[in-house]
Design a binder for this molecule. Structure first.
Ligand SMILES: Cc1ncc(COP(=O)(O)O)c(C=O)c1O
Length: 392
């Protein structure tokens, strides 16, 4: 009998199911918002990255519709051939202003922006990259694409970072790279100390601010503003797919770094430009972030929900941001908890290995500015109810 060459996949999928690591992918039957429709029923949405509610904002939608009539939809090509639209230039200028940096270059996603950074600057085994152990997968893959020697330091452990910097003293170029806000735990990198170490050991510092933009700092300007470190972080990577509400990524830095990325970075040279609607949406989103109280609302909701959850005795780990991990540790328990929440009309996804380490499973609640107090009270009541039912 001829064997199906994909039979091995069946075994692997079965293993995922048996180990409670199978992703049950839910389908949203309408726009993003504090409530979404899934399987024909309204569910309270506690797991999108739509921090500020901009993924379905009426002013952004109207602005995009008008802009599309003028500029179309598709970029047509990679940026370096025929894909650079005047809107890309405008957005890059606006993002630089927002971040207080000299210049910015857009990418098609935050993942691609990270992929662009490490291999473009570190292209020899004589280079060294030093990375926090909990950095996002896109940073890990960027490191894999680089020829540099790799050093991983224990999560936010500054002594370990320093010892890795010492080990890397042989290097022609050294780069330290960290998430600003850690995406699964919601804690914040100790950036002032990292800046100090990078300056002492002459290392390039890269911060991925995916979960800081629109969240931390004045008007959501991000982690560098939060710590008042303008001009001290060499390279900031950003995403347009969280607080900004669409899809895309960017790097903000000085003129030299941005010019070099435009000449050399493979995701810039070999993947088509950001779409016109995404670009338009963020041009408008920046106006809303800078001129309304959306960021403040996000923090009011975050502080309320986390205080009440802690009062109820839930373990929220070391979260310092709207990313709220409800730590349950056991993988099958976490899956069961999320299933029961879903039956109670609360949509909150379980997160487990390999997204987080083994036995560190959690339900990751994402708070948004568009949640009402009633929404948050509904969530609190359901978390309590499910916990009682399960008996933990
Ligand atoms: C820390 C971090 N960096 C990068 C990314 C990738 O961003 P994007 O979804 O825009 O590709 C994410 C999103 O999952 C993230 O959490």
């Amino acid at each position: 009998m001829i064997k199906d060459k994909f039979d091995f996949l069946i075994q692997e999928i079965e293993d995922l199911k048996r180990n409670s690591r199978y992703n049950n992918i839910r389908v949203i039957e309408g726009p993003q918002g504090s409530w979404v429709t899934i399987e024909g029923r309204k569910k309270l949405n506690l797991c999108s990255n739509n921090y500020l509610g901009l993924a379905n904002h009426p002013e952004i939608i109207s602005f995009c519709i008008e802009g599309i009539k003028k500029y179309g939809i598709g970029p047509g090509a990679v940026r370096s051939i025929a894909g650079t639209n005047i809107l890309h230039i405008e957005l890059e200028r606006k993002l630089s202003e927002f971040k207080h940096t000299e210049d910015t270059v857009l990418f098609q996603s935050g993942f691609n922006a990270n992929l662009a950074v490490v291999p473009t600057f570190l292209d020899s085994p004589d280079d060294a990259v030093i990375s926090d152990e909990l950095n996002h997968a896109s940073i890990i893959d960027s490191i894999r694409l680089s020829k540099a020697k790799r050093f991983i330091y224990r999560h936010v452990d500054m002594d370990d970072l320093e010892s890795k910097l010492k080990e890397a003293s042989f290097a022609r170029r050294k780069m330290v790279i960290t998430d600003g806000v850690f995406s699964m735990d919601g804690d914040i990198a100790p950036l002032p100390q990292i800046v100090e170490l990078c300056s002492r050991y002459d290392a390039i510092l890269v911060v991925d601010d995916a979960h800081g933009e629109g969240v931390l700092g004045r008007n959501g300007r991000g982690i560098v503003d939060h710590f008042d470190l303008h001009g001290k972080v060499d390279i900031e990577v950003g995403t347009l797919s969280k607080a900004f509400g669409v899809v895309g990524g960017f790097v903000s830095s000085n003129y030299k770094v941005i010019e070099f990325l435009k000449q050399k970075a493979r995701p810039f040279l070999f993947s088509s430009a950001l779409t016109i609607p995404d670009t338009l949406a963020v041009i408008k989103a920046l106006d809303i972030i800078l001129n309304t109280d959306v960021v403040e609302k996000l923090w009011i909701n975050t502080n309320y929900f986390k205080t009440e959850m802690r009062k109820l005795g839930f373990d929220l780990g070391n979260s310092q941001t709207p990313i709220t991990p409800v730590m349950l540790f056991d993988e099958s328990l976490t899956q069961e908890f999320a299933r029961m929440l879903f039956d109670e009309d609360v949509f909150a996804m379980p997160i487990f290995y390999p997204t987080v380490p083994k036995n560190k499973a959690r339900i990751r609640v994402m708070i948004s500015a568009v949640h009402s107090r009633d929404d948050l009270d509904f969530a609190l009541e359901k978390f309590q109810k499910v916990r009682k039912k399960i008996g933990i």
